[in-house]
Design a protein. Structure first.
Length: 422
């Protein structure tokens, strides 16, 4: 197959945003497919172009067997809504031309959402070439933006909602990462045969169980501590205020440390809270190099995953699966009726605490600290679940089989009006 991906994040050195798409593209190329990635200059999460790259109109490179096309995009460290909208809009426009001018018609086209506007470019390219278009949903937009408090304007919400329905109607196929997403789209009239559920994964050969007493602990003065770790985006949905409140209740217990790793729009505000409350048991760190990722996860006693009430139905954090791969117990701060909580409870890999209950969170941390056998058993259950259902090779194989079916369908696989417009 000749596969063209459209994605705003693609840089193997990144820790979070581009890892799954990087692994998927590289693995499909290794399986003998011709893979092209249309993207922009790597700049996430700081809004600055990475060293060794330039924000040019067009540039091409070869990475892990994948032909990578990078096009110019408006890039800014400012995360204000209109600047972010300008960023994704210029990318969606420029990536259309870079893909079109590359001169290689694919057999199938896959676009990632977010960014939300990218679907327009994918739809137009699929019309020009007459090839199937797969819409890959990593978050539900505009639902996720509204839930996060990023999108307020009613006119904009109506516009993006109409765009969402346009995508669902015209995409040849839709790939989703969770059952909640599938239920959401079913409620909007998307037929079951138009959707494929392929879960997020982790690589069990890269992230492996390892000793807690390691270089990461030594570097950050964590030797002998009970480490509660959050690693990921520090955004509007992260509910880390609960974590800081729990840290406040535990700050007289000197052997407990909270380690918060990542970047995001709320990091500065959370650091200010920790400073004002003299939370010396909380450590903030930037994203760590990808090669240090397994050691970083192994240094934790407990991994944290957090979602607020409004976002739980439109997001499923990928960090869940890396914590599972590392064989560490997990605490999910999330609504008790959401998919994240169900996953934690069904797999037996940890505990679930509803949002806005920092006292319960502090109590859960104490309980896990005092029961090392239960802690170890939860970690083992998470690793077993990961290897059984969410391993990299199996999930990549699911993508490969889905794309092959669409290519074999030919013109019959092209979109029809499969969604109600009311």
């Amino acid at each position: 197959m000749r596969i063209l991906f459209l994605s705003q994040c693609y840089a193997p050195e990144e820790v979070s945003a581009s890892v799954l798409i990087t692994e998927l593209a590289a693995d499909l190329a290794a399986r003998g497919h011709t893979v092209t990635m249309a993207t922009c200059a790597p700049n996430y999460p700081y809004g600055r172009v990475f060293s060794g790259y330039r924000n040019r109109f067009y540039q091409a490179e070869q990475l892990d067997g994948v032909r990578v096309l990078r096009s110019w995009t408006y890039i800014s460290p400012d995360k204000a809504f209109w600047r972010r909208l300008l960023n994704i809009s210029t990318f969606s426009l420029s990536v259309f031309w870079s893909a079109l001018l590359a001169g290689h018609k694919p057999d199938v086209l896959v676009s990632y959402s977010p960014p939300f506007t990218l679907g327009l470019s994918a739809w137009l390219l699929s019309r020009i070439w007459g090839v199937p278009w797969v819409l890959q949903l990593e978050d539900l937009y505009p639902d996720a933006a509204v839930a996060a408090g990023v999108l307020h304007n009613r006119t904009m919400i109506r516009f993006f909602t109409a765009l969402e329905r346009f995508y669902y109607r015209h995409a040849t196929h839709i790939s989703l990462i969770s059952k909640t997403f599938q239920q959401n789209l079913s409620s909007k009239g998307v037929p079951a045969e138009k959707m494929t559920l392929i879960p997020v994964w982790a690589d069990p050969d890269f992230v492996r169980p390892a000793a807690k007493d390691n270089g990461f602990r030594h570097r950050f003065d964590l030797d002998g501590k009970f480490v509660v770790m959050y690693a990921g985006n520090i955004g509007l949905t992260s509910m880390l205020e609960d974590v800081l409140a729990a840290a406040g209740q535990l700050k007289e217990e000197p052997d407990i440390r909270f380690v918060i790793i990542g970047e995001g729009v709320k990091k500065a505000a959370l650091q200010a809270i920790a400073h004002s409350q003299e939370l010396h048991n909380v450590i903030f760190l930037p994203f760590q190099p990808r090669e240090d990722f397994p050691e970083m996860l192994a240094a934790a006693d407990v991994g944290l995953v957090t979602l607020n009430q409004r976002s739980a139905m439109s997001s499923l954090p990928s960090k869940v699966f890396n914590i599972m791969a590392s064989a560490r117990a997990m605490i999910a701060v999330a609504p008790l009726d959401c998919e994240l909580t169900g996953l934690v409870q069904e797999s037996g890999c940890g505990m679930a605490i509803p949002p806005e209950n920092p006292g319960l969170l502090a109590q859960a941390i104490r309980q896990l600290k005092q029961t090392p056998h239960a802690l170890e058993q939860m970690g083992q259950q998470g690793r077993l679940t990961l290897e059984t259902y969410y391993a990299r090779a199996e999930c990549v194989g699911m993508h490969e089989r889905m794309l092959a079916r669409l290519c074999q369908a030919g013109p019959a696989g092209l979109p029809t009006a499969g969604i109600e417009t009311g």
